[in-house]
Design a protein around this ligand. Sequence first.
Ligand SMILES: NC(=O)c1ccc[n+]([C@@H]2O[C@H](COP(=O)([O-])OP(=O)(O)OC[C@H]3O[C@@H](n4cnc5c(N)ncnc54)[C@H](O)[C@@H]3O)[C@@H](O)[C@H]2O)c1
Length: 300
Amino acid sequence: MLTIDLTGKRALVAGVADDGGYGFAIAKSLAEAGASVVVGTWPPALNIFLNLLERGKMDESRRISDGRMLEFERIYPLDAAYDTLADAPDDVRTNKRYKETGDFSIAGLAERLTSDFGDRPLDILIHSLANAPEVRKPLLEVSRGGYLAAVSVSAYSLIGMVQRLAPLLREGGSVLSLTYMASERVIPGYGGGMSSAKAALESDTRVLAFEAGRKHGIRVNTISAGPWASRAASAIGIIGAMVDYVSHNAPLTEPLNADDVGHVAAFLSSPLAAGITGTVVYVDKGYHTMGMGVLEQSSH
Ligand SMILES: NC(=O)c1ccc[n+]([C@@H]2O[C@H](COP(=O)([O-])OP(=O)(O)OC[C@H]3O[C@@H](n4cnc5c(N)ncnc54)[C@H](O)[C@@H]3O)[C@@H](O)[C@H]2O)c1
């Protein structure tokens, strides 16, 4: 039988702080396929996340189909806005949510990984994080600072992570990020420069696939996921309407599940996808193929 087997592989999933987002679902699918999973968590969300775990609030969602629990081998602090600790301004470094965490930069994460597990400790890198301080503002009103912050955290962070973490990936390594079709079609309400960030992320996926493929022999892909009411997506303000719109208008009408994305992520991260790199893979019940919404009186 052809199965997704990630036994003996280690994945880093950057962007997990609760059990409600794509990062968590991907971590679960990777674990289900046999990988061990470490996560990178944004310092402002770290304590709440550790508390939820400790108090057993995620026990239900951590249960894998064979009865095992999803375990995180390590939970590292990570603020992907900073490549090195020196890049973080003083008010961030001394902030109460940051100051006890140690080096929360991308370079700090790379250092912790090698000191905990040795020189090439990873097989799979998942980038599942995004942030835009002005996400509720239309592009026409977004400030330069808000736009650059969105692109820095949501797109450049992938480049920063590939620069510093690709050398830590073993042969056959895979990098995967999450994007959204607002990069290529207008989604009213998806503001703050997030549409621009996703366009950059998709273009960077192709160029990084070439450059890191040649330099490190690794693959780089992105999943264009349909709308899902995660914590980050709820910040957009209209996520409920986006989810309903897609299930009303997509070729497949049952709602998209985060596990649908998790399963494709496990496949793309596995040796079965050895021939796939530089691609945008749609996991959206086919919604991206539509050129017009379905009229009220008909469903076809
Ligand atoms: N939910 C959707 O509808 C949807 C659709 C398509 C793509 N995506 C993408 O999926 C990815 C995961 O998002 P999600 O919707 O599952 O929400 P989520 O809330 O589960 O994940 C976003 C994570 O990013 C983290 N984060 C924010 N700023 C950070 C920073 N500076 N450094 C490190 N981490 C930071 C947050 O703490 C959070 O854990 C994102 O790239 C998002 O754009 C989401």
